[in-house]
Design a protein around this ligand. Structure first.
Ligand code: BES
Ligand code: MN
Ligand code: MN
Length: 464
């Protein structure tokens, strides 16, 4: 066993004495409405990038740059004076999801509130909480030791929530300055019950839109009803054909490339202490449903899905209006597992929809986004160093989890930079990411800073 055994007293007293100011800085970051997918927030995304760059300068990082990408900028900074020590590339994203439905927030999403040890704001968890932890860990170490134990390169992206379109070309163009030994992707969190976790699997993604067209515009349903196809009905027919009652997806060949869960995968899922009833009741659903033959954790982390994300068309107002809608639309996405290929899944979906669409309407299916699934190694020394750091700070060893979410960037990072990736973050599993009343646990935030600092010490001690 290698690793620093004594707690860093200077670091601890620095963190204690600066807590209020550091919390204030985190809240400042949360006040910037950096919603990457909405064009009207482009200036806010830039403001968040500039805020981060200024904070990195203050923290003592070097070569701080707001780097142009053609989209929202990427913030780069490094500290490379730990001669002979490993080099860590640490990633997070400063962009956030839209805030609708706004009326379900108990306080405005960009006016952070701190109540009962929780910070509530859009981005408090995903991913500004993790980004602030990375930043404050580096700042605290530089303040107390005038040095970091490892060489560090920060990459903070502003398009994670809207496709990461410009990231890969940026990585390719900046390959030399991204050389390193390990990548930390800090865009994940803890397991059920707020148990420290290292994520070792993420699902991929295929996102599509279905547009169904009928008459040239909305028409009177008395004058025309019964004589033409109704696009909303047709859309319902299409969607109903996508899944069977056993939860299986009916698109032909959909499962062809799915790597079946091995016995050891199933054993790993089964070994996790998971309170299914608490999970159900926290969601307010009468029962959990999913693909027959798999447990809830297997369905979430190890099996592909198909879901409607939104559906609209026709009259949505209060009261009754009698029309046949001219158009109906749905957003549909699939979470994918190894070795499914998002483009192939899209091609299959599109062909199947053409086959099941009823007569009398025209249907278009277009691809909005893709991302590859990824797995990372539990036995890699960099993963084991993270496990030691989590155990040292949180008092129990982490669990290894396969998450249902997607970070397409992970496959890109491995492929483009050839770096092993460790997925390490500190946000609560029920933190309402992408949803109203997103929150971050303040205790996790504070301990996350200590764990991240400790992780870098562990990596330095392990030499990788
Ligand atoms: N941080 C999440 C991914 C995530 C969610 C990891 C839950 C672990 C647990 C990330 O910001 C995200 O939301 N990703 C998107 C990717 C999509 C836009 C391609 C997702 O999973 O929906
Ligand atoms: Mn995220
Ligand atoms: Mn997200």
């Amino acid at each position: 066993m290698t690793g620093p055994s004594t707690p860093d007293a200077a670091l601890e007293s620095y963190l204690v004495s600066t807590q209020e100011r550091r919390l204030g800085r985190y809240l400042d970051f949360l006040r910037i409405p950096s919603i990457s997918t909405l064009p009207e927030h482009a200036a806010d995304c830039r403001a968040a990038a500039e805020w981060l760059a200024a904070a990195l300068e203050i923290a003592g990082l070097e070569h701080v740059e707001v780097s142009e990408t053609g989209g929202h900028p990427i913030v780069y900074a490094d500290w490379l004076r730990a001669e002979g020590a490993p080099t860590v590339v640490a990633y997070g994203h400063y962009d956030v999801q839209p805030v609708d439905p706004l009326d379900e927030w108990t306080a405005p999403p960009f006016e952070p509130t701190v109540v009962d040890g929780r910070v509530r704001a859009r981005g408090a968890s995903d991913d500004k909480g993790n980004v602030a932890i990375l930043l404050q860990a580096a700042e605290a170490l530089l303040a107390t030791r005038s040095a970091l134990p490892v060489n560090l390169r920060f990459v903070f992206e502003g398009e994670e929530e809207s496709s990461s379109e410009h990231l890969e070309p940026w990585l390719v163009a900046n390959r030399e300055r991204l050389a390193g030994d390990v990548a930390i992707v800090s865009d994940v969190g803890f397991f059920d019950g707020n148990v420290p976790a290292i994520t070792v699997g993420l699902r991929g993604m295929m996102y599509a839109q279905i547009d169904v067209a009928g008459p040239f515009q909305d028409v009177h349903s008395g004058q025309y009803g019964g004589t033409i196809a109704n696009p909303a009905d047709a859309l319902a027919t299409i969607i109903a054909a996508l899944k069977g009652p056993d939860g299986r997806i009916l698109v032909p060949a959909f499962y062809d490339d799915v790597v079946a869960l091995a016995d050891e995968d199933r054993a790993a899922f089964a070994a996790l202490e998971f309170d299914e009833e608490a999970y159900r009741s926290s969601l307010g659903v009468p029962t959990l449903v999913g693909e027959v033959g798999f447990t809830t954790l297997e369905r979430r982390g190890g099996r592909p899905t198909l879901d409607v994300n939104g559906i609209w068309g026709g009259f949505q107002g209060v009261g009754a209006k009698t029309i046949i809608p001219g158009r109906a639309h749905a957003k549909v996405s699939c979470r994918l597992v190894a070795d499914q290929d998002p483009q192939r899944i899209f091609d299959g979906l599109k062909a199947y929809i053409a086959q099941v669409a009823p007569p009398g309407v025209t249907v278009e299916v277009s691809l909005l986004g893709t991302g590859d699934p990824s797995r990372t190694a539990i036995d890699h020394p960099a993963t084991q160093a993270a496990a030691r750091a989590l155990e040292a700070i949180f008092g129990r060893p982490p669990v290894y989890i396969r998450e249902g979410g997607s970070i397409p960037f992970v496959a890109t990072f491995e492929g483009t930079l050839g770096l092993p990736v460790v997925l390490l973050g500190f946000v609560p599993p029920d933190g309402n990411f992408h949803a109203p009343n997103e929150w971050m646990d303040l205790d996790n935030f504070e301990r996350g800073i200590r764990a991240m600092a400790r992780y870098w010490d562990e990596l330095a001690a392990a030499g990788a």
